[in-house]
Design a protein around this ligand. Structure first.
Ligand SMILES: Cc1cc2nc3c(=O)[nH]c(=O)nc-3n(C[C@H](O)[C@H](O)[C@H](O)COP(=O)(O)OP(=O)(O)OC[C@H]3O[C@@H](n4cnc5c(N)ncnc54)[C@H](O)[C@@H]3O)c2cc1C
Length: 381
């Protein structure tokens, strides 16, 4: 029985369990093992079940759920299959800047279609020279009349190979000395000059694809800029603050799965004439996993509660992301040790997949080192 800070969470857990039994469990292994290609039909099923657009505002076609409920959704989906959670989380990440900073016209045009899964949005910030140093944007938009002409490349973009629209962060004007003026622009990817490629041989999270985007003399109307010129970097950071709680929830879900699998396995695996659960070495691993997981979940819910209350939460989001993803790393590693050979070989258990899926949570939406910078900055500034 999971601890819920809010009674509405159990309803979300029950809803995900029902969906998982019908739609996730029958296909998740196949989605992990086949060559990477965006699973459009599966995505549409998530949309039809109302699991995409969960936290988007109701007035723009979203579910209108609280952040606590959304975080619970991501935790539970990650328990069954983390890439499925990512398929649901990426549209939230990509659509947030539109409904948070866009005009009424932009919100009405794009958010409802993103919320139902009818179109696939992407959040395109990272470049080869702009990873942790995300402000160092080299993609450039020049203004020609009432259009932006955009040239550049984006890398590691979730769903960048399949997206219909992207919120693109880029500098406005020539590449030059000093920090650029970064803006956020909505681009429609069926216009000429856009190419999206699927990045191959990804370690985990394979059902949710990651892409590289090329923009060559790509044109977008200037009316597609979000908010004010030069505020794009701030919008990106505000978006990532919230999204980090989602990544923390991915960690919590995977850590819980690693614990549950380990408890079940250690009770049935016999060594030296008794279940390995009788061995203190195993019991201590279980105790450490369970205790760290509990702390990670509480930190994650706390950050989501602050967000729901409209209070400042960027420190707590960074702490929850840092701690929960490192706890998930610890738990999948201990689960591997407990399962040993039956963990390492994928045909015997899901530990091998959990181990691969977990690792990126310490990298994307700000590495663990970047979270430590954010946290220290909050105390030292
Ligand atoms: C599967 C996947 C999906 C992704 N999805 C998206 C997406 O949808 N949209 C998007 O825009 N981006 C996405 N990213 C990009 C991701 O956010 C970056 O990979 C991440 O921010 C790190 O950037 P980098 O890989 O360039 O590493 P670098 O920035 O080159 O970092 C290399 C190392 O140096 C460390 N480092 C760098 N600067 C500092 C510092 N100042 N202090 C201490 N340590 C530092 C880092 O922590 C890391 O250990 C995704 C990445 C992956 C792998």
């Amino acid at each position: 029985m999971r601890y819920n800070v809010d009674e509405r969470q159990q309803a979300v857990r029950d809803r995900v369990k029902e969906f998982a039994e019908k739609e996730i469990i029958p296909v998740f292994q196949e989605l992990d093992r086949k060559p990477e290609a965006f699973p459009k039909d599966y995505y549409r099923k998530l949309g039809a079940a109302g699991l995409i657009g969960f936290a988007m505002p109701k007035e723009y076609g979203g579910g209108g759920y609280s952040n606590i409920e959304y975080i619970t959704l991501i935790e539970e989906l990650s328990y069954y299959d983390a890439p499925t959670a990512l398929l649901a989380a990426v549209p939230e990440l990509a659509t947030f800047p539109i409904y948070a900073f866009g005009t009424e016209e932009q919100k009405k045009k794009y958010v409802p279609k993103c919320a139902t899964g009818e179109i696939i949005p992407a959040f395109a910030l990272t470049e080869r020279e702009a990873g942790s140093d995300a402000a160092n944007q080299q993609t450039v938009a020049m203004i020609e009349g009432d259009e932006f002409v955009i040239n550049g490349e984006k890398i590691f973009i979730m769903h960048g190979d399949a997206c219909n629209i992207a919120v693109l962060f880029c500098r406005i004007g020539e590449v030059g000395e000093g920090r650029p003026k970064v803006s956020a622009i909505i681009i429609e990817t069926d216009n000429p000059g856009f190419k999206g490629f699927t990045l191959q041989h990804k370690m985990g999270m394979r059902a949710a694809t990651t892409g590289r985007i090329e923009l060559k003399d790509f044109r977008a109307p200037v009316t597609n800029q979000l908010g004010e010129t030069g505020k794009g970097f701030r919008y990106a950071m505000q978006t990532l603050d919230g999204a980090r709680i989602g990544v923390a929830a991915q960690g919590v879900g995977m850590a819980q799965r690693a614990l549950d699998e380990s408890v079940a396995y250690s009770k049935k695996r016999i060594a030296f004439g008794a279940p390995i659960a009788k061995l203190q070495a195993i019991q201590w691993m279980i105790a450490d996993m369970a205790t760290r997981l509990e702390a990670a979940r509480l930190m994650t819910y706390k950050a989501a509660q602050l967000q729901d209350k409209g209070e400042k939460f960027s420190l707590e989001a960074a702490q929850a992301k840092l701690f929960s993803t490192e706890v998930a790393n610890f738990c999948v590693d201990r689960a591997m040790q407990i399962h040993s050979g039956y963990g390492y070989i994928g045909e015997f258990s899901m530990i091998e997949k959990l181990y691969r899926d977990q690792r990126v949570t310490e990298i994307y939406e700000g590495t663990s080192e970047v979270q430590r910078l954010v946290i220290a900055g909050n105390y030292l500034r």
